[in-house]
Design a protein around this ligand. Structure first.
Ligand code: SF4
Length: 314
């Protein structure tokens, strides 16, 4: 769980992002590299890419407005059925259910629905309950109240059943078992992967960075060139990075945890010189001064490492 200080840092980053891109047009016009750079620190970079893609579609197809049609909303990158439902109700006052994490929890408890809501069958049951409960008027108030109830009263670890307006009909409360719902996700052993960062640095301080492919982890962000094995780094420097290695020091490993695996990163700091101009053959590789690199879209551990390198040089 995020600590209070981490929450306020994330909120600060988010505020900075929304202040910079304060309308759809400015976000659509921005190069994706700038969007990712401003998103640094917020994680889940697919969200930034989806926001950008959606802004471009809204400007191109919908005159910069969100369409008032559930199916068209769901077609937009990053918008699922629940978000589309929330837009339809809160912005357009049309009657649709939502099913975000808070609402799932309230419904699972209210009806004492067994099973992990990530399973399609359980999720379908919850959607059905959400639909059956829909009022015929004041839909925006109802949806807002549903979300607020989950966020403030029927909370994950300490539901305030004594003050809850649903208490008299809530099955989980009647059985004194609110914490048993919703059923937790079945535990899976998260695998650990290994990678090696090749942090090539010139005498003058510039660092070699590589822009990652747009798909996969840290898509389109700038990172250090990587290799699976710590063997043959010298020849990799020659053949892939086009540098002559003068000295190499391996730094303590860094563990980065993703939702579905852990990544153990072994950083190798390589003092080097450029051996020829072949770097132009690989357009994703670029030398950056550390200060300039810190303005790019960077994965959090890369940013941290660069900040430490910058401190060491100052
Ligand atoms: S009575 Fe308790 S468990 Fe039931 S909905 Fe209210 S807060 Fe949640």
């Amino acid at each position: 769980m995020l600590q209070q200080t981490q929450v306020s840092t994330v909120l600060d980053y988010y505020r900075r992002f929304t202040q910079h891109y304060n309308d759809v047009q400015s976000l659509a016009n921005a190069p994706i590299d700038d969007v990712l750079a401003l998103w640094t620190g917020l994680g889940y970079y697919a969200r930034a890419r989806n926001l950008h893609k959606t802004a471009v579609i809204l400007v191109d197809k919908y005159n910069g407005q969100l369409p008032d049609d559930l199916d068209k909303l769901i077609e937009l990158p990053g918008i699922g059925r629940s978000t589309a439902g929330a837009i339809m109700t809160l912005a357009y006052h049309q009657i649709f259910p939502i099913l975000d994490g808070n609402v799932k929890r309230v419904l699972a408890r209210y009806y004492a629905i067994e099973g992990w809501p990530g399973k399609k069958e359980i999720e379908n049951k919850l959607w059905q309950c959400a639909e059956e409960l829909l009022p015929t008027s004041r839909i925006a108030n109802y949806i807002q109240a549903q979300m607020d109830l989950g966020a403030t009263v029927c909370t994950r670890s300490k539901p305030s059943c004594e003050t809850c307006p649903l208490q008299s009909n809530c099955r989980a409360f009647q059985h004194n078992l609110p914490q048993n719902y919703p059923t937790s996700k079945p535990k899976k052993i998260i695998p650990t992967r290994q990678t090696n960062w090749l942090i090539a640095q010139l005498k003058t301080g510039e660092i070699l960075l590589e822009q990652r492919p747009s798909h996969g982890i840290w898509g389109s962000l700038w990172s250090f060139p990587e290799t699976d094995s710590s063997k043959n780094i010298d020849s990799l420097c020659q053949d892939k990075l086009f540098v002559n290695m003068a000295n190499i020091t391996t730094q303590p490993y860094i563990r980065h945890v993703f939702s579905h695996f852990k990544l153990d990163i072994h950083p190798h700091l390589i003092q080097c010189s450029i051996n020829n101009n072949r770097i132009a053959e690989n357009k994703s590789l670029t030398w950056y001064k550390i200060g300039d690199a810190l303005l790019l879209g960077l994965p959090a551990p890369v940013k941290l490492f660069l900040e430490q390198l910058q401190k060491m040089r100052n």
